[in-house]
Design a protein around this ligand. Structure first.
Ligand code: WTA
Length: 687
């Protein structure tokens, strides 16, 4: 692997041009923004937060331009030095975005659980690996790397005993308890592919994910508990897998009480089997490009897709971005405080794989930001000595609403870096985070990324001050561009466009499970040579990036990603519904709320509206989960705005839902323009 530290090329404006980061000739401001970034690298930072040295392995010792020019060497060097490989790789980046191919370190071999556990044992066996902040704040538990190892090895042996082999998919339907980490790493240990399904998903949603993954083994718990409320997880799973012979074993962890029905021959209490199993299970040697996990996520169509992440590149990228964005060092003693759920990508990358790869303890937060009081987060920060903190704008907005009296400054002295993820952070929330939580001093990292990218792509550099609401800078080796409708790159500053990526990074998803064509069509087909993110963005006059939100039919509700088509499909299962169109609308707490325009069949037009609204909400909860429950159900009794060819004009519905009706754009192509007036009048009654 070529050494990056020996490379000391002075990158010129011509290089900028060649990389097409921007046309430097026409954009002095953008060039300056890149130079500022480079000036700010730790060795040169004077009087600013210089940060400790990460040795010569961390990409922040490179200028951004170097990181792009030598991106393959940079990632290769980081991967070689940071991970423990069974067999070193000789191939580095064999990606080809124009063909939808992403491949890194192909001939290397390693095991993810070995990287997250075994290699830390000789020196850090008794260090805390997991800090479990249970729903009840008095019952927190700490699990050392040694205990993590014992549990993961035993569970891996249990999985094997239930017939799980390399490459098999295991569905994990668990709340935030140590078992979820044991399960993920036990799968990784034996080369099985985990598919974690968020515990807030309904039985119907879990069933379709189990079916798609073809899992024979499912891991769950008797119940989950959140904000003091017991949620019957096993019961939901039982409904999900009713008459589904494909599921041969249900391994059930005990969380609340063992008082759940167990189907003999299928369901077992897994702790009993773990106690009897050996605490030693040899880790499989996996290819760097072997799948580590599937994670289902929403797109523009109704069917969630199982994105496939692989082993070597993913671990490299999650560890590297954790270091770069959060200034985490190997074996740092403070646990990393990511409050996300492992049911989503943030939990995979920054609760589990990133921190544990670096031998850093990690927080598992089982509760909610407001239970038992809105000081919960700050109590957790204080009690567990957290200095790097990561949450969502929705949580922040909820806490802002609860009032500043709940923020105990003295408890937050340690906090130095405050991250935000999952949805755009509004300027007010950003400022509150900075001033009230961070005491004006902490660094705010608004991090943009996606399930598909595996790790953070755009975030402010540690040495920069940041702007309220801007994700700011591409991370080392990341090359974002803005495209116009024809797919041409938009150069210069003070411009907006579709956000795309022009180079493959190691942590990107490799395919959609069992549907590679869908992967290619969704992300690479629209504009050849680019990965299309589905987000829009603006590059401001200083060259900094602002994410403006999705440009497709995906919405972000409390940071949970949801396809509007999924909600429409659910609504359409109700016999009264003729057609439904669902859009997002601005919501003060959730970021986006769910606004459903529903046209009823003539036979149902006089049904009691409130009763029907309740039934429809219930249907969505049952088909998807409680988090997808509609905020507004608007019966569009005179119809939906359509083009003459019968296509619903969502652009207009989005504006109506947002109450943004001054400028509806061109409505001349509508087949029945009068429905718009009816919809506006009704919307104003509803909101
Ligand atoms: C949105 C979550 C604005 C975006 C890691 C993206 C953001 C989608 C930000 C991915 C941010 C994520 N600012 N929007 N900092 N971070 N998003 O797959 O629309 O659950 O495409 O991954 O969330 O959601 P996902």
């Amino acid at each position: 692997v070529p050494s990056v530290s020996t490379v000391d090329s002075v990158l010129s404006k011509a290089c900028l041009k060649r990389l097409a980061i921007a046309d430097a000739g026409t954009s002095q401001a953008l060039l300056k923004s890149v130079e500022d970034l480079d000036d700010a690298h730790p060795k040169q930072a004077k009087g600013r937060r210089a940060g400790r040295s990460h040795g010569d392995i961390l990409p922040v010792t490179h200028t951004y331009l170097q990181s792009v020019a030598q991106r393959q060497q940079m990632f290769a060097e980081y991967a070689a030095k940071t991970l423990t490989w069974r067999k070193a790789f000789s191939k580095v980046d064999e990606s080809d975005l124009s063909e939808g191919v992403v491949s890194w370190f192909k001939d290397g071999r390693l095991n993810a659980s070995e990287n997250c556990i075994d290699r830390h044992l000789p020196t850090h066996a008794h260090r805390t690996a997991l800090v479990w902040e249970t729903d009840n704040p008095d019952h927190a538990q700490k699990i050392t790397f040694q205990q993590l190892s014992d549990n993961v090895n035993r569970l891996a042996n249990v999985l094997k005993a239930h017939g799980v082999k390399r490459g098999d998919r295991v569905t994990i339907y668990l709340p935030m308890m140590p078992a979820i980490v044991y399960s993920m790493l036990a799968c990784a240990r034996i080369g099985a592919v985990h598919s974690v399904v968020f515990a807030g998903f309904s039985d119907t949603a879990v069933r379709s994910r189990i079916e798609d993954a073809e899992s024979k083994v499912v891991i769950t718990a008797d119940n989950s508990i959140r904000a003091g409320k017991i949620i019957p997880l096993k019961k939901t799973l039982d409904a999900a897998i009713k008459d589904l012979p494909q599921v041969e074993s249900v391994l059930t962890f005990s969380r609340v009480a063992r008082d759940v029905p167990m189907q003999s021959g299928r369901d077992v209490f897994v702790e009993d089997e773990m106690a009897a199993a050996s605490p030693v299970c040899n880790a499989e040697s996996m290819g760097a490009e072997d799948p580590l996990f599937l994670l289902y996520t929403s797109g523009s169509t109704g069917k969630p897709k199982g994105l496939v992440h692989t082993t070597g590149g993913y671990l490299t990228y999650t560890a590297m971005t954790l270091q770069t964005v959060f200034d985490i060092h190997k074996y740092d003693s403070d646990p990393f405080g990511c409050f996300a759920d492992c049911g989503w990508i943030t939990g995979h990358s920054y609760v589990v794989y990133g921190p544990l790869t670096l031998g850093v303890g990690t927080l598992l937060f089982e509760s909610t930001p407001t239970f038992p009081t809105p000081s919960r987060y700050w109590d957790v920060v204080h009690r567990h000595e957290i200095s790097k903190f990561y949450t969502s704008p929705t949580a922040l907005r909820t806490l802002i609403k609860a009032g500043n009296k709940h923020v105990h400054r003295h408890k937050l002295k340690r906090l130095s870096i405050l991250g935000s993820v999952g949805e755009p952070i509004n300027a007010d929330a950003w400022q509150w985070y900075k001033d009230v939580v961070g005491g004006g001093k902490a660094h705010i990292a608004d991090t943009w990324w996606q399930t598909e990218t595996g790790g953070i792509m755009i975030a402010p550099r540690l040495q920069t001050l940041g702007k309220a609401g801007a994700a700011m800078h591409p991370l080392p080796g990341v090359v974002p561009v803005l495209l116009d409708a024809q797919g041409a790159e938009i150069q210069g500053v003070d411009v907006s466009g579709a956000l795309a990526l022009k180079a493959a990074t190691p942590g990107m998803a490799r395919t959609v499970f069992k549907d590679h064509q869908r992967y290619v069509d969704t992300y690479f087909r629209p504009h050849k040579g680019y990965y299309i993110t589905g987000d829009g963005a603006r590059r401001d006059k200083d060259g900094h990036i602002w994410i403006t939100g999705r440009v497709d039919d995906v919405i972000n509700v409390s940071g949970h990603r949801l396809g509007t088509a999924e909600v429409e499909n659910a609504l359409q299962t109700h016999p009264a519904v003729a057609e439904a169109a669902v859009v997002g609308f601005p919501h003060a707490i959730k970021g986006e709320g769910i606004y459903c325009f529903v046209n009823l069949k003539d036979t149902h037009k006089s049904t009691d509206a409130e009763a029907l609204q309740n039934e429809l909400r219930q249907i969505v909860r049952k088909e998807i989960g409680g988090f997808a429950s509609p905020d507004v159900i608007h019966f569009a009794l005179t119809g939906l705005p359509k083009t003459r060819s019968g296509k619903v004009m969502r652009r207009i519905l989005r504006k109506i839902a947002a109450g943004n009706t001054e400028d509806l754009g061109d409505t001349s192509t509508l087949s029945e323009p009068q429905v718009v007036g009816d919809l506006i009048a009704k919307r104003n009654e509803l909101l």
